[in-house]
Structures are given as structure tokens and as C-alpha cells.
Design a protein around this ligand. Structure first.
Ligand code: GDP
Ligand code: MG
Length: 187
């Protein structure tokens, strides 16, 4: 895991840039989680071609400025065609499923395999069950999500990009974990 960006020996000039990828089946809400987190927006319809590869959001941890560069797909996961360039250099990942579509939860194992084919085993990963606002349509219980996360050694959170719940917390969890991994190595 060498692709994080670390610059500066002086305390006041430390600068970090972490690449984080969003993965998971089509229409689970990846783009909306990012839109909510980076711009506090929600889009009721899927936009498969946003045309932007990533969004950058600055986060403060321990008084240090961390730039999270969060990559989103342009819908190519629908054709199972995420390229290695997408994963290259990623030090964090959000693996997203839709709590209202069990098949998207069943795909999580495949996404993890793909992630680990391309990234270091230490890639900081959170399992994210999205769309908790749709209470009546739920197909994946919280306990099921939690159990899978524990078995795979992942962080776990349930979110709603629609009502914002846990969205910032999910991204923050990944960034903090990367920071802890990096600072153990650097200092
Ligand atoms: P992606 O293909 O994984 O990037 O999914 P999108 O972000 O494009 O979302 C797919 C659809 O699910 C869109 O119609 C979104 O408006 C909707 N959606 C995304 N997140 C949520 C959520 O938290 N709650 C609800 N109710 N709908 C959501
Ligand atoms: Mg998308």
C-alpha cells in the first residue's frame, strides 16, 4: 500500500491524499452516497454518466488536513467491467448494497474478491447497507449485515443517502482507519 500521498516533515505542512473507491451492484446508491457526502445533494433518478471520476472532500483528523479522493463508477458495474485503473492506488473502500434488494447483498463477496485482486489486503473497508429509509421494503436485516462484516473483518454501517443518516459517518470511518494505518507506518 504505497500509493497514499504523504508530504512534508514539518508538523504544519503535513498533507494527506487518500484514494477511496465505491463499489457494489448497480443502483444500490453509490453515486447518491457520494453526492450526499460531498455536496449534500440527492438525486431521485439514477445518472449513469456523471462524467466525473472522483470527488475530493477535506476532512480534519487530529488537526491534520486529510483529502479524501472518492472514486465513483460511471455505471460500468452494470456490465461487470470495472477496470484495474479504478482500483489502482486505493487505500479505502465502501462496499455498498441495498438493504431492500437481497441479491445486492449476495454480491458483496464477489465485490470483495475483486477489491482484493487489485488492492492491498489492508485496504480499509466498510460494508454499507444503504436505503434504510425504505423501511417497509427491507430484505436484509441489520443482523445479517453485521454478521457478514464481522466474518470478513469489515467495518459496518447502515445508511440512507436520502435522509442522510450515517452517510458522513461511513466515509469518516474509512478515512480514520486509513489514517491510523498510515500513521502507524509513517511515525
Ligand atoms: P448507483 O448505481 O449505485 O450509483 O446508485 P444511484 O446513486 O444512482 O441510486 C440508484 C437509485 O436509488 C436512484 O433512483 C436513487 O435516487 C436511489 N437511492 C439511492 N440512495 C437511496 C437511499 O438512501 N434511499 C432511497 N429511498 N433511494 C435511494
Ligand atoms: Mg452510480
Amino acid at each position: 500500500m504505497t500509493d497514499y500521498y504523504y508530504n512534508g516533515n514539518e508538523e504544519q505542512s503535513q498533507d494527506y491524499l487518500f484514494k477511496i473507491v465505491l463499489i457494489g451492484d448497480s443502483a444500490v446508491g453509490k453515486s447518491n452516497l457520494l453526492a450526499r457526502f460531498s455536496r449534500n445533494q440527492f438525486h431521485p433518478y439514477s445518472k449513469s454518466t456523471i462524467g466525473v471520476e472522483f470527488q475530493t472532500k477535506t476532512i480534519d483528523i487530529d488537526g491534520k488536513e486529510i483529502k479524501a479522493q472518492i472514486w465513483d463508477t460511471a455505471g460500468q458495474e452494470r456490465f461487470k467491467a470495472i477496470t484495474s485503473a479504478y482500483y489502482r492506488g486505493a487505500v479505502g473502500a465502501l462496499v455498498v448494497y441495498d438493504v431492500c434488494r437481497h441479491q445486492t447483498f449476495d454480491s458483496v463477496g464477489r465485490w470483495l474478491e475483486e477489491l482484493h485482486m487489485h488492492c492491498d489486503v489492508n485496504v480499509a473497508t466498510i460494508l454499507v447497507g444503504n436505503k434504510t429509509d425504505l423501511k417497509d421494503a427491507r430484505e436484509v436485516s441489520t443482523a445479517e449485515g453485521k454478521a457478514l462484516a464481522e466474518a470478513q473483518g469489515l467495518f459496518f454501517m447502515e445508511t440512507s443517502a436520502l435522509d442522510s443518516s450515517n452517510v458522513a459517518a461511513a466515509f469518516q470511518t474509512v478515512v480514520e482507519e486509513i489514517y491510523h494505518i498510515v500513521s502507524r507506518k509513517v511515525f
